[in-house]
Design a protein around this ligand. Sequence first.
Ligand SMILES: [Zn+2]
Length: 139
Amino acid sequence: MYPLSKKIKIGKQATVEKDHFSNDEIIPSATVQFTCCDCNHKNVVEIFPYESGFPIIQMHREERVLSKSQLLDNKIVAETSEGRRHFGDLTVKDLPTLYFGTDCQNCYSKYFCVFSYGEWQPGLTLLLVSGVWKYEELE
Ligand SMILES: [Zn+2]
């Protein structure tokens, strides 16, 4: 897991085994499996709440990695609802949203994953994976 710092081009979306985790499924971590678009290897990534990932704003601030419209047009995130803007302008289902870069463990193709994590309502904590996309650095 690593942060991205250069502009990227978004590629194919990988198939994710399970993208919705709740309560006990997130303790101590959510296990996300995605299939590499190039070699079909099943990659496993462990997302640990409050440890894994980097705030999504680091991607679109000053369009450092991707612009807001690229994130919206590819349905990676959505505009946050009015009352939840403290979580940022762009989120996955109005919850605090993070991302990370990761490579296919077999062929080293580059991917990024976007997910959100938080309390959806009292007693229900969710971790939602928006998706895993292949990317290429533009520089
Ligand atoms: Zn691969």
